[in-house]
Design a protein around this ligand. Structure first.
Ligand code: PMP
Length: 344
């Protein structure tokens, strides 16, 4: 670590080494101890800082990237922000092909971080030349010296967490961890962290969190792609309608499904009871813990680590907006009254 007395050479020196924070109230009914790995303490406010920095530095080591080159990815979310941040410090051009479904807030945030953003139509198939997948692929072919991060199909995504998140958790828990609970989107976080942890202690239980409407849990159980599992859902960042190669299905013991509504309420509860302002998928992961707790799946000496992937500020117009919650039908009339603002 390059810092001296909390003075850093640049923002990238702060990537990783996130705290483990005890969950005190939300889990008080359950046996065991519960700790959240709070990834919003990364400088880009999410776990994706780890993969952006790692994948880019690997490409540098292999001589694939040199200053002035271009880094391409297809996301308006956390990964886009992290790549933009790393690109600024290291002197790369960052090109992001995003869907027209992305909010203007998100697009403005990426542009603020110096990214060139291509907004591509949302309602075309992945094979359509206008889709963000195809636009990214084409840009990668056209721009000499460009690197396509392709996080869903890049095994360096797993390595990033194998080399950082896993060892950090092992050290922070002094080897006492018994369960890891993590949402699975690309699957990089859960797969890489689990690989390291299981090498230390193969008895650690690895539990993935999936959304209703995603194909991942069923694929884990059957190794068959069941299109009937797929339908729209609201949680962003977990679950998928395809099978990412950045997920190591063999290392995950089981998946738990959570609903949009319960995950949203649980995220709000984390803020209100633990004082931790975290994102939608943190609510989803905590919701999975609650479900397992209700099923009496934890014992007295269990040491459960839950990954909280990002910060709540990215969801102000969604789960932290009372208006949005009401529009989704997530508030009953009593709740709606209790959240009214008093005008003077
Ligand atoms: N939560 C959020 C908010 C995310 O953006 C992602 C990444 N898609 C995840 C969880 C899941 O992490 P991973 O991609 O490593 O499975």
């Amino acid at each position: 670590m390059k810092h001296r007395n909390q003075v850093f050479d640049n923002v990238l020196d702060l990537v990783g080494k996130t705290p483990l924070i005890r969950i005190n109230k939300l889990t008080s009914k359950f046996k065991g101890s519960f700790y959240a790995k709070v990834e919003s303490f990364n400088p880009g406010h999410s776990s994706k800082d780890r993969i952006a920095l790692y994948i880019i530095e690997e490409a540098e080591k292999q001589g694939i990237l040199s200053p002035g080159d271009t880094i391409i990815e297809t996301t308006s979310g956390n990964t886009g922000f992290s790549i933009a941040m790393v690109s600024i410090i290291k002197g790369y051009d960052c090109v992001l092909a995003v869907s027209s479904k992305s909010s203007t807030d998100k697009i403005d945030m990426l542009k603020t971080m110096g990214a060139k953003v291509y907004v591509c139509p949302a309602h075309v198939s992945a094979n359509d030349p206008r889709s963000y997948y195809q636009v990214a692929k084409r840009l990668h072919e056209e721009i000499k010296g460009s690197v396509y991060i392709n996080q869903y199909f890049n095994e360096l995504n797993i390595d990033a967490h194998y080399k950082s998140t896993g060892p950090e958790i092992w050290k922070q828990t002094e080897g006492k961890i018994t369960h890891l609970i993590a949402c699975s989107g690309t699957g990089g976080t859960i797969s890489g962290t689990a690989k390291y942890l299981k090498e230390q202690n193969p008895n650690i239980k690895i539990i993935g969190v999936d959304a209703y409407g995603s194909v991942i849990k069923k694929y884990h159980e059957t190794r068959e792609f069941d299109e009937e599992e797929i339908y729209p859902y609201r949680i962003e960042g977990l679950g998928k309608n395809l099978i990412p190669t950045a997920t190591d299905f063999d290392i995950i013991d089981e998946f738990v499904k959570v609903t949009d509504e319960e995950s949203a309420h649980t995220a709000r509860e984390i803020a209100k009871t633990e004082g931790l302002f975290v994102g939608y998928t943190s609510g989803a992961a905590m919701q999975a813990v609650k479900q397992l707790g209700e099923e009496k799946r934890f014992k007295k000496d269990d040491y459960v680590v839950i990954i909280f992937p990002d910060h709540g500020s990215r969801y102000m117009s969604k789960i932290y907006s009372d208006k949005w919650m009401s529009e989704q039908g997530f508030f009953d009339s009593i709740n709606a009254e209790s959240v009214q603002t008093i005008q003077y």
